[in-house]
Design a protein around this ligand. Structure first.
Ligand SMILES: Cc1cc2nc3c(=O)[nH]c(=O)nc-3n(C[C@H](O)[C@H](O)[C@H](O)COP(=O)(O)OP(=O)(O)OC[C@H]3O[C@@H](n4cnc5c(N)ncnc54)[C@H](O)[C@@H]3O)c2cc1C
Length: 310
């Protein structure tokens, strides 16, 4: 639920690697802004300053993708941020400017405190359109490929297992493959696009010898858990209280967890110290709770210079 774009140099690097300028930061920023509905532009201006000149260069308003400020703060997280500042990391109130260096509370995909996901934002409003058909319980087995007169390989559709039946969906214009970091490369490999030796070892005809599936970067984390005293933690509160809250119809409900709580409400992006890095390569996030103890949990994730996720 944290709203986090990548760093500008990641997009520029993808444009360089693919030779396609559509990936560069300036073009991607236009796409981000086109679908954003950013709280800092509610009412046309940043509520803190009345000025939207800075954010309107970076954020959009009126789009499907709602971005809100978290509706919580914790003393222990403010202390975490102060400690980061003491160690040379500047405060930031926007991690999504193309340079996510800094420390602060993350912005989130919520609407009035409730999680706002891609299904609610993009799919539900579009699902009754006559030109959209959604198949669930359907598994893509492979892409269908054909060579044009010029010899170039084109994707023409997908072979899908639907309710135990194999059906082929054909495309008039284009196919977008978005099956996630593991399954997209797997489907490409099953379709014959991948390292030739790997495909042959699995009896798959090679349509294109390509390094698909060779550069998976995981989101490794080191968890450090500290017991703290003299301050509130979520563990302490959850141990003896229930949250009074309201559901979306305004009816009071009690929960053991404040429903607006984000797993890692605050954090920072910073360069690794050894070896010294010129740009943020580490993401440290902080949470006023621990699964087993009363503690503040800090998680530090090593980030490759070319990775862009949270
Ligand atoms: C625990 C966790 C927390 C995260 N928190 C955040 C966060 O706070 N903020 C953030 O920005 N990102 C977060 N991420 C990362 C974010 O979830 C991913 O970057 C994002 O979901 C990737 O979207 P995607 O559409 O590329 O792939 P996915 O969301 O993985 O979607 C792929 C879809 O394809 C379907 N699929 C796969 N194979 C097939 C097949 N053969 N046939 C048919 N369908 C198939 C899958 O079922 C899935 O629905 C988090 C990830 C995790 C795991």
């Amino acid at each position: 639920m944290i709203y986090m774009r990548g760093q500008a140099r990641d997009y520029d690097n993808w444009a360089k690697l693919t030779g396609d300028d559509a990936w560069n930061w300036d073009q991607s920023l236009r796409d981000f802004m086109a679908h954003e509905d950013h709280y800092k532009l509610d009412g046309g201006a940043d509520p803190a300053t009345g000025d939207n000149s800075r954010f309107s260069d970076l954020h959009g308003s009126g789009g499907e993708w709602r971005i809100e400020k978290q509706r919580l703060r914790w003393d222990v997280l403010d202390s975490f941020a102060d400690a980061a500042v003491q160690n040379g990391i500047s405060k930031t109130d926007d991690f999504n400017s193309g340079d996510n260096a800094g420390v602060g509370y993350f912005d989130v995909n919520q609407r009035s405190g409730w999680r706002w996901n891609t299904s609610k934002a993009f799919l539900r409003p579009a699902k009754s359109r006559p030109n959209l058909t959604i198949w669930t319980q359907a598994q893509v087995e492979k892409l269908t490929l054909a060579r044009g007169d010029d010899g170039a390989l084109r994707c023409t559709g997908a072979r899908v297992n639907r309710d135990g039946q194999t059906v082929t969906a054909s495309a008039n214009k284009e196919v977008i493959l978005s099956a996630g970091a593991i399954n997209s490369p797997q489907i490409l490999q099953l379709s014959g696009i991948g390292p030739a030796a790997t495909l042959r070892a699995h009896g798959i005809d090679v349509a294109k010898d390509a390094p698909v599936g060779l550069n998976l970067q995981d989101h490794l984390q080191i968890r450090a858990v500290y017991k703290v005293a003299g301050t509130k933690t979520l563990n302490k509160l959850a141990a003896k209280s229930v949250w009074q809250s309201q559901n979306r119809r305004g009816i009071p409900v009690q929960t053991l967890w404040p429903h607006e709580h984000v797993t890692q409400p605050a954090g920072c992006f910073h360069p690794a110290l050894t070896p010294a890095a010129p740009m943020p390569t580490l993401n440290t996030t902080s949470n006023p709770s621990a699964s087993r103890r009363l503690a503040i949990r800090c998680m530090t994730s090593p980030r490759s210079p070319s990775a862009s996720a949270t």
